[in-house]
Design a protein around this ligand. Structure first.
Ligand code: GLU
Length: 310
């Protein structure tokens, strides 16, 4: 069933249409003004497959703030750069705490639970800042290469907004530094992290750029090796257990795909050996996940039988 994509376009349209009443359910992220002003009733879905097909519906070509989805790209870059040494500084366990929690980090002596909560992503940002002479540019080049699109850019307004409201992230970084788990200077680490969060991409660009995670680390269109099969497996495992904030267990239980969401309303789900689903709808539920995005991914996964646990 899952390889029959002849009517995929119709399915995506129908799923999106069925969500119309939910478009303004939930609350658009308002911790920074630049995100609070996003139009709430925009929504899109895109499926890219490893055999080169891309199908979308709604606003799937409109760029949005990728926010925490950037943690996936950063993690792959850091794994490629420092290898297994990374896992001495960050763990791979679900946190069971909100994404920006500080309490656990104190108990656990500055070692973040995983690379996709904020503390872990700041640690990854430290690795990138310390190991690349121009880490922000390296990040952007990596994403542009994966999406095969040189126009992808950082939304300066979102970046500046993050920077001026970044006290909690600064606190996480300084706490880790006090335990000796951050090497670079904190302002540089924060600047890298806020830059990658502020990258704007569309559902189509995100879906295409993450296909390597569905194809054992290889970009299926260019055949370039993006990461090892082992690291692709590890990223998918982390996304399965921790990618959907403190709702990751429920998402695994009901949908069954490695996934990552961001407070910009984006959500990516990896379907190993098939492709990537990306959705976007800004209003979030109380966990910080897109209400419509969760419903759309659940709907298409159910219709096509995509759960990895079947
Ligand atoms: N820039 C956001 C923060 O660090 C990202 C949050 C997210 O998407 O989870 O607070």
């Amino acid at each position: 069933m899952k390889n029959n994509i002849v009517d995929l376009q119709d399915k995506l349209q129908a799923l999106l249409h069925a969500q119309r009443d939910n478009f303004i359910q939930g609350k658009v992220a308002d911790y920074i003004p630049a995100l609070a002003s996003v139009q709430p009733d925009l929504a899109g879905i895109c499926v890219a497959t490893i055999d080169g097909k891309t199908v979308g519906a709604g606003d799937y070509q409109r760029p949005f703030s990728i926010q925490s989805i950037s943690k996936v790209f950063g993690l792959v870059m850091a794994m490629n750069r420092v290898g297994d040494a990374l896992w001495q500084r960050v763990k791979m366990e679900p946190s069971g705490q909100p994404f920006n929690s500080i309490i656990q980090l104190e108990w656990e002596k500055g070692i973040p639970r995983n690379p996709v909560i904020n503390a872990g992503a700041l640690l990854v940002s430290d690795v990138l800042t310390s190991h690349f002479s121009a880490s922000k540019l390296a990040f952007l080049s990596f994403v542009r290469k994966l999406a095969n699109n040189e126009t992808i850019r950082v939304d300066k307004q979102v970046y500046l907004s993050e920077l001026s409201h970044g006290n909690r992230n600064a606190a996480l970084a300084y706490l880790m530094k006090s335990f000796g788990n951050i090497e670079a200077e904190i302002p540089a680490v924060l600047s890298h992290y806020f830059t990658q969060c502020a990258v704007a991409m569309s559902c189509q660009q995100l879906a295409q750029s993450l296909l390597f995670l569905a194809f054992k680390g290889v970009d299926p269109s260019s055949k370039s090796i993006i990461c090892s099969p082992k690291d692709a497996h590890r990223v998918n495992a982390i996304l399965s257990t921790s990618g959907m904030y403190d709702q990751s267990g429920e998402f695994a239980f009901s949908v069954g795909l490695p996934a990552k969401s961001g407070v910009g309303g984006g959500l990516i789900a990896i379907v190993p050996n098939y492709g990537v689903i990306c959705t976007w709808s800004p209003p979030l539920n109380s966990f910080g996940n897109s209400v419509v995005g969760m419903n759309l991914v659940a709907g298409i996964a159910e219709e096509l039988g995509l759960s990895i646990y079947h």
